[in-house]
Design a protein around this ligand. Sequence first.
Ligand code: NDP
Ligand code: KPL
Length: 337
Amino acid sequence: MTNNKTTKIVILGAGSVGCYIGGCLIAAGANVSLVGRARLQHDIAQHGLRLTDWEHRNSTVSGSEIHFTTDNDVLAAADFILLCVKSLDTESAAALIKQYASPNAVVVSFQNGVGNGELLQASLQQTVLKGMVPFNIFYQGEGHFHCGTQGSLAIENKDNVCQALLTQLHNATLPVDVYNDLTSVQYGKLIINLNNAVNALSGIPLQQQLGNRDYRKVVAAVQKEALAVLKAKGITPARLGKVIPSLMPYILLLPNGLFKLVAASTLKIDPQARSSMYEDLELNRPTEIDFLNGEVVRKGAILNIHTPVNSHIVSLVKRAEKNGAGSPHLSASELMP
Ligand SMILES: NC(=O)C1=CN([C@@H]2O[C@H](COP(=O)(O)OP(=O)(O)OC[C@H]3O[C@@H](n4cnc5c(N)ncnc54)[C@H](OP(=O)(O)O)[C@@H]3O)[C@@H](O)[C@H]2O)C=CC1
Ligand SMILES: CC(C)(CO)C(=O)C(=O)O
């Protein structure tokens, strides 16, 4: 199963994350099919794939080397299904996997949010591995996917079933770490992802938004609420970068000069990178707000812990979704209740 061509990888939900990871795998010679929508199929047939990151990666794959399909039949041949749909689409994707995939396939959820792995495993007989994508991917049009931030992918270690996939990711120079406890990694990512909405509502690039102490105060507030909720639930979010999650709000509150020193590695990102939620608002797509800040509000309500800043952020994102006019470009003070 370790040979590039004998391990069949199907990306279900070939959008930003799916085309980037899938494209890097194809560029390294892996046997990959991308299952996605007709508009991207058309772009990629015409232009091929271009995969860049803000440091060194700059590879191209011609349209003729790419199997992009809108047909779910291809799931039947998959050894690995990398699930890259938004969290709103997890249930419908699970139904497709159930209908088409072999019971021996291994499903890896590369989605944000904390409930997708359990949701998938509850309805599938296939082994489901939780995963995590730390970096940001932005679709620049004409088949060009750009990775604007850094980090290693994370995959759950269950019965050593992902070895062949790890080899392929390694060949594709996509760094990946394997964890026995991926749930705490997902909660660590949730704490980071609480900034997605702040970034989307601000309408400015991540580097600029995180360089602004007023926006950082909002992020610190949503993170503090989330950390209180997780503490009450007995959940310890994993450290994903240099800073443990419980210290993040305090670092965010530092004055600009000190913050830039302490968080230098966090700010080493493409100056144009933004959160995926910003892209959702701009493209008039439903966001994952209910699975991020909404998750904190729901859990808080059950535990009787107030989460006013997260609630306000949820309502602002829902209003922006309803207005359908992209980012509302709100100031930091407008993000506070
Ligand atoms: N983009 C990023 O930078 C990052 C994203 N993530 C997470 O990764 C996940 C994917 O995000 P992202 O790549 O941005 O999302 P995208 O919306 O760019 O990609 C998902 C794609 O899957 C398509 N899709 C949905 N259901 C199906 C289906 N049944 N069959 C075929 N295609 C389908 C969607 O089409 P349609 O829109 O028509 O439904 C869309 O084109 C999310 O959970 C996100 O939070 C994590 C880290 C970074
Ligand atoms: C920006 C990033 C990488 C972290 O917030 C992300 O997860 C996203 O854009 O969805």
